[in-house]
Design a binder for this molecule. Structure first.
Ligand code: SF4
Ligand code: SF4
Ligand code: SF4
Length: 179
């Protein structure tokens, strides 16, 4: 069993939103909703300022509150790569998972179920990268097995400084940003 995650080099991201468009196309994300998005964060004090451009999505947390709070078992961690998914048929649209996610990564699909990034499991099972990773023109996104010390994502984490979002939330996110 793998433990999939992403490593994203923010210094290479130009905020072009190709990842957002690719996700919408690949996953038929309805108009007005999105599974991934771009955030810009400015830090420092004038005139010494820096800006980080980040592509964000569900962090496929190792300790996912969206799974533990789900009253029906619709939100679950699948076996293939410990990807956090929603079983549409089991979901009653109660929004408990939306409220529990510190990353605001979920929305209610117009068809009535909670939806979010799936790490494009249909592509990953076929040996392909997620759509957002595959289209990135600057190759700033890397996807792979965090439990394999030889994987590209593991080697990047071993060799580069990195951070995750809201570590204080205790969710143990599996998307890492190189800094
Ligand atoms: Fe759940 Fe939110 Fe973590 Fe995704 S980012 S696994 S929706 S808590
Ligand atoms: Fe579970 Fe669906 Fe309720 Fe989310 S909206 S907690 S997936 S039943
Ligand atoms: Fe969208 Fe797939 Fe990327 Fe998740 S991994 S943001 S579902 S394209």
């Amino acid at each position: 069993m793998a433990r999939f995650g992403m490593v994203i080099d923010t210094a290479r991201c130009v905020g072009c939103m190709d990842c957002v468009i690719a996700c919408k196309t690949e996953n038929q994300v309805p108009e007005g909703f999105h599974r991934d998005w771009i955030t810009t964060e400015v830090s420092g004090r004038f005139p010494t300022l820096s800006m980080e451009i980040r592509t964000e999505r569900c962090n496929h947390c190792d300790e996912p509150p969206c799974v533990t709070c789900c009253p029906t078992g619709a939100s679950h961690v699948e076996e293939f790569g410990r990807i956090v998914l929603v079983n549409h048929e089991q979901c009653i649209g109660c929004k408990a998972c939306l409220a529990s996610c510190p990353y605001d990564a979920r929305f209610v699909h117009p068809d009535g179920y909670a939806d979010k990034c799936t790490f494009c499991i249909h592509r990953v099972e076929a040996g392909q990268d997620p759509a957002c990773v595959a289209v990135c023109p600057t190759r700033c996104m890397h996807f792979g097995d965090l439990d394999d010390p030889q994987s590209e994502v593991s080697r990047l984490l071993q060799s580069r400084r990195h951070h995750a979002l809201l570590p204080e939330a205790g969710t143990r996110p599996r998307i890492f940003y190189l800094s």
